[in-house]
Structures are given as structure tokens and as C-alpha cells.
Write a protein that binds this ligand. Structure first.
Ligand SMILES: Cc1ncc(COP(=O)(O)O)c(C=O)c1O
Length: 448
């Protein structure tokens, strides 16, 4: 690179000799970060290390990923063995045993009827894969007019063009042109009542809106509805009671596929089994997963479908049935990480654990009800949000609290003015108390 195009004033971290300039960071206020960086320099169990080497409790499983806790030697060993045995193998017209084994294992823990798994490298790719599967399925069934997709306001389905089209977060969409055509959005199903633990009071309006959209376009033009069982990235909003089942009933009545985006809610997060769809009694057609699939250790996503959907594709003339796939779909190291992760979940019964400890975690979150500066608390199992009273533009109060929490020794997440929580499933009561005391200190100081 010519010297003139290089950055002249490379920001350096105070404690580490790292040049921060050239990494264009994702979903980050780059200039602010580089002026005052927060670096994770190590990780073990419930803790990460900050740039000074101090322990910071992980209240977010580092982006909802590390459900089995950090630094699991079983996963590291499995990945190492996989790499030394067969560093790479293609899955196009060839195969590698690990991907088959992982698909097999996933089918064991998926809700009944999910028998086929397609691998991606992320949740975003999983979502776009799922949307393509939905469109292809209807084509294969001779229902080619079904091309419309329905997402939801506040929905987050990753950042690829399909995902932002069905997604409902304005700032993720605004810069990127007209997006996919033929997409409608349901309203975000948000409880009107504040400080509701778990599902909110029934409110049929939100699901009925689907009938309204269907009445505008005609059911025979709609391929799929995609929703998160609990809105995650846009602020942690469990839906009103009965909402998910009502959406299922309406989609089924009209032959519309229901895609559940379980990238966050999968792998025990809700404290009710492996997947929210099963826990909440919603018989989806397609489930998207990622993150906890490999404990976040190696990037991987997956899309599980019912046998009927796979069968529709297999009715195509002999040859490639689905013109879609990624170089790294079912990558050997990722599959090894997935297998080792699922073994830990099973051996340590972490999904059951999440249910039990989740109740205590919710007690802690709801202990903030009534505290000065707290506008709302929401959550289920090991997912929760504490919404703060705004202080200036939306997001300012949240960001300030998020940074303070890090400085006080807690890694959280912030979305708008909501502090979002999703700790590893191995969390213990002492960690819950540590999180409580840090959040309490931060909010007290910020709203004094
Ligand atoms: C519900 C949901 N879907 C999709 C994604 C995108 O996943 P990734 O960041 O792995 O592409 C996320 C990420 O947070 C998510 O929460």
C-alpha cells in the first residue's frame, strides 16, 4: 500500500500494542471505539478478560453465542483434531462425515418432524437460505405465485439482503436501496403492559394483522412468514400469550410456511428445552439457528426443515435439486465444534439447567422494577432486557450504561436504551448477584 494512503495517526490501545485503525468494525461506532477501546483479551467459563487482564463477567454470552461458557477444552480439542485430520473438504457433490453426523445429532434434538438440515456459516446466511427454501418449495409444488414474504417490525434477521428486507429495523434498511420486492411487515407484537415477566396478556390484534395482510394480497401469493419467537436484537420483547400459536394457525390455514428464526432463542436460551418453537408449542415449518450451535467458536448456521419440504425439492428431475450453498456449508472444523458443543449441552443437561437458573435470573432482572431510571423489564429464561429512561437521543442512555457496565466488570449488550442480557447457560447464583450489583451501581450513578 502506498505510504500516503496509510493512516498517519494509528490509535493504539493503552495496554496492548495493537493498531486499531485498519479493522473496520461491524455494528460499531468506529471513531468513538477507537478513541476509547474495549478489548476482550481472554475468556474462560463465565468471564472474559479486559485489556488490563481483569475478569469481566459475561452477561451476554458474547453476542448470544457462548451458551456452554467460554474456553471449553472439549470443543477446542475436537476442532484441533478435525483440523489435523482433514482441514477442509468440500460439500458440493462430495461430502465429509462430520457434517452428516452433526445433521443427524441436530435431528435428535429438533422438534418432531424436522428431518433435514442445510448448513450455512451464520444466522444471516441461514435466514436467506430459509427464504429461498420457502420460495423454492412453493415452486416445486406448482404454487409458483407464492412469492411474497412477510416479516415483522422490529424483526432482526441478520444483514443479508433477504434478512434486511423481511427485517423491521429502520437503520439496518435505510441505506440499502429498495431491497427485495413483495415483502410486507406485521406489527411488532409488543406487550402494552410494562414489567411483564414472560409472555404478556393476550392481545389478538397482532396475529389478526396477518389476516389483514393476507386479505390485501391473497393467500395464494404468500410464501412464508418469518418471525423471531422473542424479538431479540431490537430490544428483547417476549410476545403476548397465544400470539405465536395464532400466527401458526393462520399460516397453516392459508398454506403459508412459518419460518422461526431461532438464532437467539435456540439451544436452551428460553429455559424451556432446546428450541423455543417446541417449548412454546409452535409447530413451525422451518427453523433457522446459528450462534449456540457451535458455542460461537467456529462460525456456523443451519436451517432445519420438515420432511415434506425436503420431499418437494426431491421431486425435481434427477440432478441438483436446490441451486444454493456456501463453500463452507458443513465445514469440517465447524461441524466438529457443533458436535462437541451438542455433546456438552446433553452431558451437562444445560437446557434443563437454563430453566431452573433462568427463574433466578428473572428474579434478579425484575428486582430492578421501581428503580429510578428503569422504564421497563422484560424476559424469559436466560434472556432479558432492562429498558432505561431516555437521556437525550434514543440510545444515548443505553450506550452510556453499556460502557459503564464494561468499566465496572460486566460485558452486556445494548439495543436502543435497553440493556440486553443473555448469559451462558452455566451461570450460577454468584454470577447473577455480581451482574445485579454492577447493573445496580451503574443505574444508580447514571440516574442520581
Ligand atoms: C434472530 C437473529 N437472526 C439472525 C441473526 C444474524 O446472525 P449472524 O450475525 O450470525 O449473521 C441474528 C444475530 O444476532 C439474530 O439475532
Amino acid at each position: 500500500m502506498p505510504a500516503a494512503t496509510k493512516t498517519k495517526t494509528a490509535a493504539k490501545t493503552p495496554a496492548l500494542d495493537v493498531n486499531l485503525e485498519h479493522f473496520w468494525m461491524p455494528f460499531t461506532a468506529n471513531r468513538a471505539f477507537k478513541a476509547a477501546p474495549r478489548l476482550v483479551t481472554g475468556a474462560k467459563g463465565m468471564f472474559v478478560k479486559n485489556e488490563k487482564g481483569e475478569d469481566v463477567v459475561d452477561a451476554a454470552a458474547c453476542l448470544w453465542c457462548v451458551n456452554a461458557g467460554h474456553g471449553r477444552p472439549e470443543i477446542a480439542e475436537a476442532v484441533k483434531d478435525a483440523l489435523l485430520n482433514c482441514d477442509f473438504a468440500p460439500n458440493f457433490q462430495m461430502g465429509h462425515p462430520a457434517a452428516f453426523k452433526l445433521a443427524d445429532k441436530l435431528v435428535e434434538i429438533l422438534p418432531e418432524g424436522f428431518t433435514r438440515v442445510f448448513f450455512s456459516n451464520s444466522g444471516s446466511e441461514g435466514v436467506d437460505t430459509a427464504l429461498k427454501i420457502a420460495l423454492g418449495y412453493h415452486q416445486m409444488k406448482g404454487d409458483a405465485a407464492r412469492t411474497r414474504l412477510i416479516g415483522r417490525e422490529k424483526g432482526y434477521h441478520g444483514v443479508n439482503f433477504g434478512g434486511i428486507s423481511v427485517g423491521g429495523i429502520f437503520r439496518n434498511r435505510q441505506t440499502f436501496g429498495p431491497l427485495l420486492p413483495g415483502v410486507d411487515h406485521l406489527p411488532a407484537a409488543i406487550n402494552k403492559k410494562k414489567f411483564v415477566r414472560g409472555f404478556g396478556p393476550a392481545d389478538p390484534f397482532y396475529a389478526e394483522e396477518l389476516e389483514r395482510i393476507i386479505n390485501i394480497h391473497g393467500a395464494r401469493t404468500i410464501a412464508a412468514v418469518i418471525i423471531e419467537p422473542i424479538i431479540g436484537s431490537a430490544g428483547v420483547y417476549p410476545p403476548p400469550e397465544g400470539y405465536l400459536k395464532a400466527i401458526r394457525q393462520i399460516t397453516r390455514k392459508h398454506g403459508i410456511l412459518l419460518i422461526l428464526d431461532e438464532v437467539i432463542t435456540g439451544f436452551g436460551r428460553t429455559g424451556h428445552g432446546a428450541f423455543a418453537s417446541e417449548a412454546f408449542g409452535i409447530d413451525a415449518d422451518v427453523i433457522v439457528m446459528a450462534k449456540g450451535l457451535t458455542n460461537g467458536v467456529v462460525p456456523m448456521g443451519a436451517v432445519a426443515v420438515k420432511q415434506e419440504i425436503y420431499d418437494a425439492f426431491m421431486s425435481a428431475p434427477e440432478g441438483i435439486e436446490f441451486f444454493h450453498g456456501y463453500t463452507y456449508s458443513g465445514n469440517p472444523a465447524a461441524a466438529a465444534a457443533g458436535l462437541a458443543t451438542l455433546e456438552i449441552y446433553e452431558r451437562e443437561k444445560l437446557f434443563e439447567r437454563a430453566g431452573k437458573i433462568g427463574a433466578k435470573f428473572q428474579d434478579m432482572l425484575f428486582s430492578f422494577q421501581g428503580k429510578k431510571g428503569v422504564a421497563d423489564v422484560r424476559g424469559i429464561g436466560l434472556i432479558g432486557g432492562i429498558e432505561l429512561e431516555p437521556q437525550g437521543p434514543v440510545g444515548a442512555a443505553g450506550m452510556k450504561a453499556f460502557v459503564s457496565c464494561w468499566e465496572e466488570g460486566m460485558l452486556g449488550r445494548v439495543t436502543g436504551d435497553t440493556l440486553a442480557f443473555s448469559p451462558p447457560l452455566i451461570i450460577e447464583e454468584s454470577h447473577i448477584e455480581l451482574i445485579r450489583s454492577i447493573v445496580d451501581r451503574v443505574i444508580t450513578r447514571q440516574y442520581k
